[in-house]
Write a protein that binds this ligand. Structure first.
Ligand code: DON
Length: 314
């Protein structure tokens, strides 16, 4: 059993741990930048950050923790929480179930029997969830998404317009998914607008420190550790954690749950956030990805910390 120091020494201790694992993982240079969205290949591949925020709002930050990058698929988790909060579980479940797929994140697939997307963390489910963002037009719906992020981050985030344009220009597969959802009556006919909103949510700029704060909020029953704002209710936070554990790492989710055992969500921008219920959020930023679209160093950091500090939830 790992001995956790008292409150006073906690930050120092976390800081030491993060620095140590940073040094041990830094030399790992496998993986490739995401290039299927051309603009994502325009980042320095060596960037690396580790950030932790506890449920009491204490933080330890190492490396490029203030470097902005696009949140990408990690946004799916936040929008899922928003949809549950706004529309309730039953309506959300009519659009996206909770079944891990074992398929790549952008697979063109629906649950034919239940007539819905398999889960909210793959693109089909995420687009079905983004369709649930309320508002009269794209501007109002964008405002709702940015306001949600503002509550988590404590500032209104910027959008990387170059990445957003690149997502838009190369997003034919997502368009195919959107129109399949429309054909099946799962989303309504403002699908082009919903896809624009989906491209925008993926292009929101965050830092590793922001991701750790998001993780700490979800791990804290939906209560923001610094502002005390209840962003999602405890039941919604539990649903977010559960889906993150079973579906957050795409076709690597099974291995992840087995070996690391921490609810987590990754994005092709290189971000990876893990939630330790009742403890805090842990985030890594390193943009070189493996074949599943997960950060190579991110995976290694979590593997090491989970093993060394017995962080597996079971
Ligand atoms: O839908 C897409 O292609 C991206 N904008 C988001 C994908 C993503 O981050 C998947 N991640 N691992």
């Amino acid at each position: 059993m790992v001995e956790v120091p008292d409150e006073q020494r906690l930050v120092e201790w976390l800081d030491e741990i993060c620095r140590d694992v940073y040094q041990r993982v830094e030399s790992l240079d496998g993986g490739e930048l995401a290039s299927y969205i051309p603009e994502l290949a325009n980042v320095d591949p060596d960037r690396f950050a580790i950030a932790t925020v506890t449920v009491n709002g204490e933080s330890a930050l190492t490396g490029d923790h203030a470097q902005l990058f696009t949140i990408q698929s990690i946004s799916k988790l936040l929008l899922y929480g928003m949809a549950l909060e706004t529309h309730g579980r039953e309506r959300v479940m009519r659009r996206a179930g909770v079944a891990p797929t074992g398929d790549p994140f952008n697979a063109i697939e629906l649950d034919e029997k239940l007539h819905r997307a398999p889960n909210p963390m793959v693109n089909s489910g995420a687009i079905a969830i983004t369709d649930m963002v309320e508002g009269r037009d794209l501007a109002e719906r964008t405002d709702n998404v940015l306001s949600l992020f503002e509550r988590y981050l404590g500032r209104r985030p910027d959008v990387d317009q170059a990445v957003c344009a690149s997502e838009h220009a190369s997003g034919h597969r997502n368009r195919a998914i959107g129109y399949l959802l429309l054909d099946q009556g799962i989303v309504d006919d403002r699908v082009a607008e919903t896809l624009d909103l989906y491209f925008l949510q993926c292009s929101i700029l965050v830092t590793a420190a922001d991701l750790a704060l998001i993780g700490a909020t979800i791990a804290n029953n939906g209560v923001h550790p610094i502002t005390g704002d209840q962003i999602v209710g405890p039941k919604v936070a539990r649903d977010m954690l559960t889906v993150a554990l079973t579906c957050g790492m795409y076709d690597y989710a099974g291995e992840w749950a087995y070996t690391v055992g921490i609810p987590a969500k990754s994005g092709v921008g290189g971000g990876l956030v893990g939630m330790l219920p009742g403890v805090g959020g842990l985030a890594v930023y390193s943009p070189r990805l493996d074949e599943h679209g997960n950060s190579v160093r991110g995976i290694r950091v979590f593997e090491k910390l989970s093993r060394d500090f017995d962080l597996h939830v079971f």
